[in-house]
Design a protein around this ligand. Sequence first.
Ligand code: PLP
Length: 396
Amino acid sequence: MTQYVHPGLDISAADIVKSGKPLYPRVPRDSDAASIKVEPDVTPTPVERRNEILAAPGFGKYFTDHLVMATWTREAGWGDARLVGSDSSAGGHAMNALHYGQSIFEGLKAYRQEDGSVWTFRPEANSLRFQRSAYRLALPPVPTDLFIGAIEALVRQDIDWVSDDPEKSLYLRPLEFGAENALGVKPSDKVQFVLIASPVGAYFSGGVKPVKVWISEEFVRAAPGGTGEAKCAGNYAASLLAQQDAAAKGCDQVVWMDALERRYIEEMGGMNLFFVYGFGADARVVTPALTGTLLPGVTRDSLLTLAGDLGYAVEEGKISVDQWREGATSGEITEVFACGTAAVITPVGSVESKNYGSWTMGNGEPGPISMQLRAALVDIQTGHAPDVHNWMHRIS
Ligand SMILES: Cc1ncc(COP(=O)(O)O)c(C=O)c1O
């Protein structure tokens, strides 16, 4: 597997400045390294048109006749560097979403029940979150009728892609992005809404298996006032290095702490977290409160309701890493699980960190309340329990 090489970038800019080294030293050039195949366009922009553009170019609206591109693959590294015609729109590569990340998405599923009917779960909730994400990214809100209408149209058209295996479903991915092909840093004047669908099995292969998590002390996901509660592309791009770090430490997922005090648990990778205190009917189910820096999961919201329905005390609060470790060690915290549309509920089996120590949750196996809540939610989604909260939306 090709490893990334980041020459000169193995420490942060702040650390370089502190060390007294030049931030941007001259780098010796190796002219042979850049072998770019030059394949010019045989019909470039006519000279008169180019002169017209050059007389009043504005900013980032027009593009030259050519572009250079190269492709990286994990197997082969960088290659296929070419100069080619840009069809004078730079091939659409000026698109706002690519440069400035004005891009949001959603994730929900369509499920087939035993009688063959197909349903989605709380699509209005995803539509509302999509609208709130749009607000934060200065995108126009997609009307709920269009959002749900698109889901109904696509799922009905591609209904044969919805498996009748209850473990499988059709994952729906609504996407909205700034599609104006121009370089100005401003909200895009052209916006694209797209819905795609993908048949999916269990998110973590091998059924409900507890995960080992890595508490990220070096990186944060979101800071107050930032975009943490929006489902925007940049949040996920910024999470990848920490996820890679977690994998390098032998962990499945990264757990984020708050940005200010670096003490409080926020969420795990692409899932919210729940902490179970105590046992049986006296158990208390606690999840980090929505402080603006974590994603308000639809599964999180649903489980808060279902835990209350099942008679558990339910709380939204603050849990520090120290409280987690001490609670797990003393036995006060009996179960911890993550939740989200993709994997429903995933128990956390063990925790690793650089400075906070390592610990195991219970006996490392899925806890009874985690599994009870999982069953309560899955039973509603599969039609095996009454939909008392009116969460299911019939598509066909
Ligand atoms: C960062 C993050 N947190 C939590 C969640 C869980 O949200 P939901 O339950 O709506 O899938 C997701 C998934 O969308 C996510 O990406």
